[in-house]
Ligand binder design. Structure first.
Ligand SMILES: [Zn+2]
Length: 91
């Protein structure tokens, strides 16, 4: 018997992004950039990611906002640039 399923969700955190106020837990914290993938599973093992969602997440309550791939790329670029600036300051 083959056991398969859709819908196992994994989340990878890409790092802290910017301060944002959360309407759900009413706190202003450093939100995280995340990528959520929904997997096709076989015998409960994730095989193929068939859906990818980019989002920013509140670290306190875990509520999130979905963003587009373009926004995700922009934020990633911004984060890289910020890191470069920080490195320059240290030197
Ligand atoms: Zn929150």
């Amino acid at each position: 018997m083959i056991i398969w399923g859709w819908g196992r969700v994994t989340k990878s955190k890409k790092g802290d992004m910017f301060q944002k106020h959360c309407d759900y837990c009413n706190q202003t914290l450093m939100w995280r950039l995340c990528v959520k993938r929904t997997w096709f599973t076989l015998f409960f093992i994730p095989i193929i990611p068939y859906r990818k969602v980019y989002c920013v997440e509140c670290p306190n309550c875990g509520s999130y906002l979905q963003i587009t791939k373009e926004q995700y790329k922009e934020i990633m670029e911004e984060m890289k640039q910020k890191r470069m600036v920080q490195n320059d300051e240290r030197e």
